[in-house]
Design a protein around this ligand. Structure first.
Ligand SMILES: *Cc1c(COP(=O)(O)O)cnc(C)c1O
Length: 366
């Protein structure tokens, strides 16, 4: 059995440290926004090379709070990709704004930067790029475009912790970067957790107010905020994993390299593309297959995990399809029919990778 992600293997290595940390948190009896949360925020800001990190309940909340803190609201349009997890567009809707979907690039699966300009209207306030599967959007090209049009950039970094462009971390280019620490993400907690980074002190302060019931001073409430605080246990776990994240991401890149070698030349599939400027951190290893069903059937009968991220682009989801009936995004629609993600996690070894590759070769030859 080769799963899509093996959190048990990772825990085996972390067990002692996390058990000790767990006991320490219980002994301290401080459970919400305590010293581990504060230390995590400092360590993440430091690691990513930015001034402020504000933790919260989930990646979805991180996106929502970021848009809210930046003043995006009703009547505004936010340009984003249709090929992402629903939370990207949900956050835009939570603040009363309208997602405007721009088609994707067929090689990187990220928003097609050549089509962004055509989607800008007088109501556009922000662009929300998603660094999908850990592949950074070319921010060196996107940022000047956004600046030219006076638009904010809010980066969805849920899948890109540690990914960089020209050596600078994703999340630190835009007005804010939103991270998810959902358990299966590259940096994952053992429950829901998220975080926003920003270089702007006012935005950071606004985020702190919003995540804690709109309160600057205890029991004094200036705005309607949210209960979106991080707890000490998740923060402690994230700190333990943050100290290993470079190794985890290096292992993911090694797995991807190994897949690239072992799947080279297989007919009917296209391996993930990497452009030279960005450091891809392979949250997913996603290829394109002419006959996806045949490969999936073979993998499943060999007890190998696989998954389709994402089978339906957002503009075709039941919740959005009426509002976007006139919108056609042919590349996202095509990719969603052929994309296939293979198992990837830091502990995946060469023998397992060989088994996955052999199974795919046999399925394609059959
Ligand atoms: C996981 C994810 C989110 C949401 O994060 P949660 O922590 O699950 O709320 C948002 N955007 C993308 C691209 C994601 O993959």
């Amino acid at each position: 059995m080769i799963p899509m992600v093996d959190l048990k293997a990772q825990y085996a290595d972390l067990r002692e440290e996390i058990e000790q940390g767990f006991t320490a948190v219980l002994d301290s009896a401080q459970f919400i926004l305590g010293p581990n949360v504060q230390a995590l925020e400092e360590e993440v800001a430091n690691y990513l090379g930015t001034a402020h990190a504000v933790s919260c309940n989930s990646g979805t909340d991180a996106l929502h709070l970021a848009l809210s803190a930046l003043g995006v609201g009703p009547g505004d349009e936010v340009i984003t990709t249709p090929f992402t997890f629903i939370a990207t567009a949900e956050a835009i809707r939570y603040v009363g704004a309208t997602p405007v979907f721009v088609d994707i690039d067929g090689q990187t699966f990220n928003i097609d930067l050549n089509q962004v300009e055509d989607a800008i209207s007088p109501r556009t306030r922000a662009i929300m790029p998603v660094h999908l599967f850990g592949q950074p959007v070319d921010l060196a090209a996107l940022m000047p475009l956004a600046e030219l049009h006076g638009l904010m950039v809010v980066e969805d970094c849920a899948q890109s912790f540690g990914a960089a462009v020209d050596g600078r971390m994703t999340g630190t280019f835009g007005a804010a970067g939103a991270y998810s620490f959902f358990p299966s993400k590259n940096l994952g907690a053992y429950g829901d957790a998220g975080l926003v980074v920003t270089s702007d002190a006012t935005t950071a302060q606004e985020l702190r107010v919003l995540r804690n019931h709109g309160s600057r001073e205890r029991y004094h409430h200036n705005v309607i905020g949210y209960n979106s605080r991080l707890d000490e246990i998740q923060a402690m776990i994230l700190r333990a994993k943050l100290s290993r994240i470079d190794r985890y991401n290096a292992c993911r890149r090694r797995v991807a390299q190994s897949y690239r070698e072992r799947l080279a030349g297989v007919p009917g599939i296209a391996l993930p593309h990497e452009d030279g400027r960005g450091r891809h951190v392979y949250h997913q290893y996603t290829l394109l297959a002419c006959d996806r069903d045949a490969i999936m059937t073979a993998l499943r009968s060999a007890n190998i995990g696989c998954a389709v991220y994402y089978p339906v682009p957002l503009h075709r989801q039941p919740v959005f399809r009426d509002a976007y009936a006139d919108v056609s995004l042919p590349m996202a629609e095509k990719i969603s029919e052929h994309c296939l993600s293979l198992p990837i996690y830091p502990e995946l070894d060469d023998q397992q990778i060989m088994r996955v590759a052999q199974t795919i070769r046999h399925a394609v030859d059959a």
